[in-house]
Each structure stands twice: as C-alpha cells, then as structure tokens.
Design a binder for this molecule. Structure first.
Ligand code: ADP
Length: 262
C-alpha cells in the first residue's frame, strides 16, 4: 500500500512516499511553502523520481501551515499529529518533539503510548525560529548550511543580548564592525535560538527521549546548545525536516487500514 505525505510549511514543502506504513520509498523537498510554487515543485521532483509508482498511490494526506489551501490531497491533518507520528516512526520511545521551522517553534510532549499530552508554540516572534537564522545568515553573507561548521570553530561565543530579531540584527552588524570573530558571532546566534526555544520547552515540560524536527534540527550548534540549555540529550535523524510529511503518510496508511478492517 502506498501513501503520500505532503507537508506545506511556511518556507519549504516536503513530500514522503511510504510503503505499507513502514518503508520510505522516496522523499523530496523544495524551497517555498504556502503561496509559492514550492508544493508543486516538491511533488514534481517526487514524480520524476518514482515514475509510474505515482499512479499507484492509495492515499495522499497534506499537513503543515499551508494544508488548508491545498486541493490535491484526500485529507488534511494537523502538523502536531504528524510531527508526533513522524517522530515516533524514527524514534519509537520518543516523548518530546522540539520542532523548529521557518517561522515558528513548537514543543509537543507525548505519553508513553504516543498520545499528545501537551504542546506550546511560538508563532509570534521570529527569534527562536529558522527565520532568525535566515536573517543572520543573510547579514553574514553565508549559506544557512554553513552556519553549523562555522560555529564549531568558535572559541568564545559572542553574546547576543537583544531578544528581538530586528535589534539582534543591528547588534550582529555592530559586533561584526567591531571585529568580533565571525565564528564567535555565529555560535552566539545559534545559542540565542537555543535559549529562546529552551525557555519554550521548559514551559511544555521536557520528557526524554527528546528529538528535534524541522529544518533547524540540521544545525548541530543549535542542537548542542539546546542540549546544554535543557540538560538533556537530543536525538537527531537526517530526515528531521521530513517528520511532518512522514507523519502524514503514516496517518494515511492508518486511515486505510481502519477502513479495510471495518
Ligand atoms: P517550515 O515547515 O516552517 O517551512 P522547515 O521545518 O522546513 O520549516 O525548516 C525551514 C527552516 O529551516 C528555514 O528557516 C531554514 O533556514 C532552516 N534550515 C534549513 N537548513 C538548515 C541548516 N542546515 N541549519 C539551520 N537552519 C536550517
């Protein structure tokens, strides 16, 4: 049985094709989320990869920020449900998901059986989201993927005292002008994101096993700073940015199973 999960985020679109609720057959990602060509591009990339398989898809589920505006799916499901399902697919004992996306951050806690028990979200302020890193990478004229390695060279992370992205932007520019080492600045920027998300996570209550999902999870410096901030180990998987899409595909599979067993 083939199920497709589409996660239309605020900044990127992701697709995952799942076989029998167990095996990821293909995945694709395109920059551009809600209101862009991103979802179509991600789907086309997947179609090119899987060829005739595309016609055999039994169910398509859409999730994410842009799910309500997408017409091509059989059903839509909340991203909280999907991140929890996707996280558990990769880490079966998972109890806490820290999802940092392009425009918001969410903490989801789960019971032992995987039922959602609590969630807190920051969608009001860019600090503590991928947007903060995007803005800072832009000022430093760096690719978002380079931040991590640059931060790892830091000997003395800079302190970014402003909690507002706009003020932090000016602070980084002036520290740069004052000759602060670039790697120290990048490390400080990563610490700043971690300290915002750490405060949010403490509000939700952090129960191990903890993992990160979303694009920012790929940044080791943010993840390690969060581990120090929360004093807990944080699991990571290279598919972290796809957890929502994986969860949507699993949801589709479970729905089909339920219908068959009726
Ligand atoms: P959404 O679903 O909200 O669109 P994603 O979970 O796809 O968000 O994450 C997108 C965010 O992840 C962007 O802000 C992007 O800058 C950030 N991101 C992507 N790759 C990296 C990376 N290697 N290091 C840090 N941030 C990253």
């Amino acid at each position: 049985m083939l199920t497709l999960g589409i996660d239309i985020g605020s900044t990127t679109s992701k697709c995952v094709l799942l076989e029998d609720g167990k095996t990821i057959l293909a995945n694709s990602l395109s920059i551009g989320g809600l209101g862009t060509e991103g979802p179509e591009e991600a789907l086309n990339e997947l179609k090119n990869e899987i060829g005739d398989y595309y016609e055999k898809i039994d169910r398509t589920i859409v999730t994410g920020y842009g799910r309500n505006n997408y017409q091509g799916a059989d059903a839509e499901v909340s991203e909280l449900t999907c991140h929890a399902l996707g996280g558990r697919f990769i880490f079966p004992d998972l109890r806490t998901v820290i999802d940092i996306g392009g425009q918001d951050a969410k903490i989801i806690t789960l019971s032992e059986s995987g039922r959602m028990t609590n969630f807190v979200m920051n969608d009001k302020c860019a600090a503590g989201t991928g947007r903060f890193l995007d803005v800072m990478a832009n000022i430093l004229r760096m690719d978002i993927n380079e931040l991590d390695e640059c931060a790892s060279k830091s000997q003395n992370p800079a302190s970014i005292s402003s909690t507002c992205t706009v003020f932090a932007e000016s602070e980084v520019i002036s520290q740069l002008a004052n000759g602060v080492d670039r790697s120290d600045l990048v490390a400080g920027i990563c610490e700043s994101v971690a300290s915002r998300v750490g405060a949010l996570a403490r509000r939700a209550g952090v129960i191990p096993e903890v993992c990160m999902s979303g694009g920012v999870a790929k940044n080791n410096a943010v993840r390690h700073a969060l581990e120090r901030n929360l004093n807990v180990e944080i699991s990571f998987d290279p598919m972290a940015q796809y957890f929502g899409a994986i969860g949507a595909a699993i949801y589709g599979y479970r729905q089909l199973m339920k219908e068959q067993n009726k």
